[in-house]
Write a protein that binds this ligand. Structure first.
Ligand code: ARG
Length: 460
């Protein structure tokens, strides 16, 4: 490509460190789409003849077909995907192929390719997340009234419904989706035509290529266009947050499916056995979703560090942007799909959840609230009285609802029999009717709202 200035070929080590073809071949479709747009613009601008333009288009399509058929001979000496496509194009169409690179550089070319690739990755991930939301909604609907313990500090706190708990993840993944969509808007400007860094003296039409490639506009500064990778960083940041959400859900699945909790049973399809312990049903998929979060967060770190010290404009360091991003994208798509499968196919042990919901004096807050409402005690005093009652029950190794009225009155003589009604988990849950609260009625409203919301989304 630059043989004119060199008298010696590269050292084998130079080729080894320089080549990116082993991973950037994944950009082939984007690279060819960018070249097709560039070539037709060159024709319209009168920079290329129609005949050359037609030859290039035909040749590029053939190269694409060859790559898809597995016929491309990948060669590290040709460095990257851009040189492979161009070299093969020249073999097919001759001289016209050498004119394609007029008014362009690999610097704006790779920036276009990568933006297009990340844009597609965002769309794929978003569709996967929508499917996950549907799976969560289906389970939440089934379990809008299923009572389970709610935890803080992983200690029994107050009873909640399983549907409510699952809906928390619908909210989280909705924000994940909105972060991705938001990143997509900023990403969607075209660097093509920035050339090496300064723009070009050819009368190109950057608006035309931007439009052809589905970008909203050409990027306004050629130096910025070839040198920033913030769109990749945004994808990775949103991805790292998403992976963190998935990891928390995975951790809960691991806990819930243990014999100690026994809240859910994962389907056989998402469980593995042990070669030595016949009783085991290991939640490996959940553990791996949790574990793979490290790769995604690591990828974000990698790219931040690659970019942080780079003077404008392009530096070859930037070639290191692709592997972490590809790995993160593959990982995220896989983890979202695996999580969707686990959620869709798991079954809840509702009796077990119900029994657990009553443990740990989970309705103590309801008792304190009753003292506030009925006896007009200040909440702090009600808290104190309730604490003493919990201590009493604890001493007798029984639940609050098992204390007799006489027992309750030893601590607070004004307590009346109707207090017993608030000590059950059903009443506790049904009473939490504040907006966003755990009462089945509220949970069902939220499920209905999300169903409408997802139904309105145009399917891409
Ligand atoms: N393979 C290169 C990359 O991924 C393409 C751009 C090369 N540009 C250059 N000036 N050497 O960054």
């Amino acid at each position: 490509m630059w043989g004119g200035r060199f008298s010696d070929g590269p050292d084998a080590l130079m080729t080894a460190i320089n080549a990116s073809i082993d991973f950037d071949r994944r950009l082939y479709a984007q690279d060819i789409a960018g070249s097709l747009a560039h070539a037709s613009m060159l024709v319209e601008a009168g920079i290329l003849t129609r005949a050359d333009g037609a030859a290039i288009a035909r040749g590029l399509k053939q190269v694409e077909g060859e790559i898809e058929a597995g016929k491309m001979a990948w060669d590290p000496a040709l460095e990257d995907i851009h040189m492979h496509v161009e070299t093969r194009l020249k073999q097919i169409v001759g001289d016209a192929g050498g004119r394609l690179h007029t008014a362009r550089s690999r610097n704006d070319q790779v920036a276009v390719d990568f933006r297009l690739w990340v844009r597609d990755a965002i769309d794929r991930l978003d569709a996967g997340l929508k499917a996950l939301q549907q799976a969560l909604l289906d389970q939440a609907e089934k379990h809008a009234g299923t009572i389970m313990p709610g935890f803080t500090h992983l200690q029994a706190a107050q009873p909640v419904t399983f549907g409510h708990h699952l809906m928390a993840y619908v909210e989280m993944t909705a924000r994940d989706r909105s972060r991705l969509i938001d990143a997509r808007k900023r990403l969607n400007e075209s660097p093509l035509g920035a050339a090496a860094l300064a723009g070009t003296s050819f009368p190109i039409d950057r608006h035309m290529t931007a439009k052809a490639l589905g970008f909203t506009a050409p990027m306004a500064n050629s130096l910025d266009a070839v040198s920033d990778r913030d769109f990749a960083l945004e994808y990775l940041s949103a991805g790292a947050i998403l992976a963190t959400h998935l990891s928390r859900l995975a951790e809960e699945i691991v806990l819930w499916s243990s014999a100690q909790f026994g809240f859910v049973r994962l389907a056989d399809k998402f469980t593995t056995g042990s070669s030595i312990m016949p009783q085991k049903r290991n939640p490996d998929a959940a553990e791996l979703v949790r574990g793979k979060t490290g790769r995604v967060i690591g990828s974000l770190n990698t790219l931040l560090v690659v970019i942080k010290g780079l003077p404008l404009a392009y530096g070859k360091d930037m070639q290191e942007d692709k592997e972490p991003l590809f790995d993160a994208a593959d990982t995220l798509e896989l983890c979202v799909a695996a999580t969707t499968g686990m959620i869709a196919d798991m079954t809840a042990d509702t009796a077990r959840m119900y029994a657990a919901a009553g443990l740990g004096y989970a309705t103590a807050t309801d008792l304190a609230d009753w003292l506030v409402r009925k006896l007009n005690l200040p909440f702090r005093d009600a808290h104190h009285v309730t604490g003493a009652l919990v201590k009493l029950a604890e001493g007798r190794k029984c639940g609050l609802e098992e204390l007799s009225l006489a027992d309750l009155r030893t601590i607070e003589p004004r307590i009346t029999a109707d207090v017993l009604s608030v000590l059950g988990v059903d009443r506790s849950v049904a009473s939490r009717t504040s907006y966003g609260g755990t009462a089945p009625r509220e949970v069902k409203k939220q499920i209905a709202r999300w169903r409408r919301q997802l139904g309105k989304e145009k399917t891409s």
